[in-house]
Design a protein around this ligand. Structure first.
Ligand SMILES: *Cc1c(COP(=O)(O)O)cnc(C)c1O
Length: 506
């Protein structure tokens, strides 16, 4: 048995030697990413789900925790290569499916710093500057929304889904406290003797419905507010529903969408705010995607009235060019976040510490240990500046309008609606008695399986009560040109025509 002094068990990232090691490892990884990028033929490798599974089976043959570890550079290269090869290339002009913008270079670098320093937001001693930075970014985002900085508050979250859950929690607790002088988070809902209900339009993001389930309100207690021809919630209808609620019901939230995921619909915020105020109901605005419009003088007026909402969901990892997670929940009155203010049982937030300024951010979050997303947001926004972000947003909107005009001009394509933001819905109209829903579903799977383009798919409700399959282009890459976009549509049309011809022959 060896008796020599044991070497270090591992190389921590943050020491002087560790930093050099990280630099070498990052070089290795970036070289691989560059090689993979140069070898790409489209936005995703051809082969579809079977191809990804086969690549994974090969790369993941060794166990997660082998008896003896390997060389970090080799281990890293061994997984980074297939990971990159089977990543979707969100910088590719035909990557049009999802709300994943290509993030800025500086934001990616900041993510690395975040990982090396591994700060957290739950206690002062877990990240002193991180806490200051986090609070400052929240304040700046609150001002972007139009809130009064002195009163407003909020938190960075892991995404719009969590922001919506938190907003619905505050809506339930604050409205019940204001109307009944009682605390749902203390007594539970049963003892209150009234049933909370939530009003929202058809087409609200599913995370709102999930929040209603999780909060014990129950999805049967969602009241769907009718919408107008443009799909916008009708304030008079919300007013009518609220006025007619039976005694044993208490409306806790009116949820408005400020930029719906598919159609970019923005509900009439000022009118809904007036209705909510009149009935003492919390107004939540889900601007997870639509908040991008705030950066553009041209599109910003769409969101007039946003600051009248009690809470706003905003994702910068969608329409803001920072990597996930970069998301916020902002509230008009900071004190309404008390729903999350459980007193910790440890000494972490003992009063004398709090008084001395040793304050963490765990009382405004669902999480305890929490990553610091504020750094990448701050450096990315500062590096871009207002003019450039506005130009990026407008360019994406222009690309969407270009795609819509091209689609409208193609006899075999049907345009959903004019895109208010950057999502373009359309469908191919096949002949030969082929079912359009089935055909568009197959068309999308085929382009993805061949690695030619990435498209999203959605159902759009029709006036007859049914719904139809539409394909969706999500334009969040301002480096894409109209010419490249035309090529994607040309390619799609050619493939659809070939599929149609093959079906006719069969
Ligand atoms: C994307 C989206 C969400 C969910 O946000 P995540 O960050 O993906 O959790 C919620 N609401 C709307 C309107 C969205 O577009």
């Amino acid at each position: 048995m060896s008796t020599s002094a044991p070497g270090p068990l591992y190389q921590p990232a943050g020491t002087p030697a560790g930093l050099e090691s990280v630099r070498r490892l990052v070089d290795t990884a970036l070289d691989i990413l560059r090689e993979v990028s140069a070898a790409r033929t489209g936005p995703v490798a051809p082969g579809g789900p079977g191809g990804a599974r086969a690549a994974a089976a090969e790369a993941l043959a060794a166990p997660l925790l082998p008896e003896r570890g390997g060389d970090p550079g080799e281990v890293l290269a061994g997984l980074v290569r297939p990971y990159a090869q089977w990543s979707v290339d969100i910088t590719h002009p035909a990557a049009l499916a999802r709300m994943q913008p290509p993030p800025t270079d500086v934001a990616a670098a900041a993510e690395l710093v975040g990982a090396v320093l591994n700060q957290s937001l739950h206690a002062w001693e877990s990240g002193p500057f991180a806490l200051e930075l986090d609070r400052w970014v929240i304040g700046q985002l609150a001002e972007l929304v139009g809130y009064d900085g002195a009163e407003a508050g909020g938190t960075l979250t892991s995404g719009g889904s969590v922001s919506n859950l938190m907003a619905m929690t505050m809506a339930r607790d604050t409205t019940i406290a204001e109307k009944l002088g009682r605390y749902a988070f203390q007594e539970g809902l049963l003892r209150l003797g009234v049933q909370p209900v939530v009003l929202c339009p058809r087409g609200v993001h599913f995370s709102v419905e999930r929040a209603v389930r999780l909060l014990g309100i129950g999805e049967d207690n969602i009241i769907t507010v009718p919408v107008d021809k443009q799909g916008r919630m009708i304030p008079e209808e919300a007013d009518r529903i609220l006025t007619g609620l039976p005694e044993d019901r208490i409306a806790v939230a009116l949820v408005a969408v400020a930029g719906s995921t598919d159609l970019g619909i923005v509900d009439p915020l000022p009118e809904l705010a007036a209705v909510a105020r009149r009935h003492g109901v919390w107004l939540h605005a889900d601007a997870a995607y639509g908040a991008g419009a705030l950066f553009s003088p041209r599109l910003r007026p769409m969101l007039d009235g946003l600051a009248q909402a009690d809470s706003v969901t905003l994702d910068l990892h969608k329409f803001g060019w920072t990597p996930a997670s970069s998301a916020a929940l902002l509230v008009r009155r900071a004190e309404t976040m008390s729903s999350f203010g459980l007193q910790p049982t440890t000494c972490l937030s003992a009063d004398d510490d709090t008084c001395a300024g040793y304050i963490g951010a765990q009382n405004t979050s669902l999480q305890t240990t929490r990553r610091v997303d504020a750094l990448k947001i701050a450096v990315s926004m500062r590096a871009l500046g207002r003019e450039t972000v506005a130009a990026m947003v407008d360019t994406c909107h222009d690309l969407a309008r270009h795609a819509a005009a091209r689609i409208a001009a193609e006899p075999r394509l049907e345009l959903g609606t004019e895109p208010p933001l950057t999502a373009v819905l359309f469908r191919y109209l096949p002949g030969h008695g082929l079912d359009a829903d089935d055909f568009n579903g197959r068309l999308r799977r085929r382009v993805m399986e061949e690695g030619r383009a990435l498209l999203a798919r959605t159902h759009i409700a029709q006036e007859d009560g049914g719904s139809r399959v539409f394909l969706k282009l999500m334009l969040l890459n301002p480096e894409t040109t109209t010419g490249q976009l035309d090529l994607v549509l040309d390619d799609l049309l050619a493939l659809a025509a070939a599929m149609e011809a093959a079906a006719a022959d069969a």
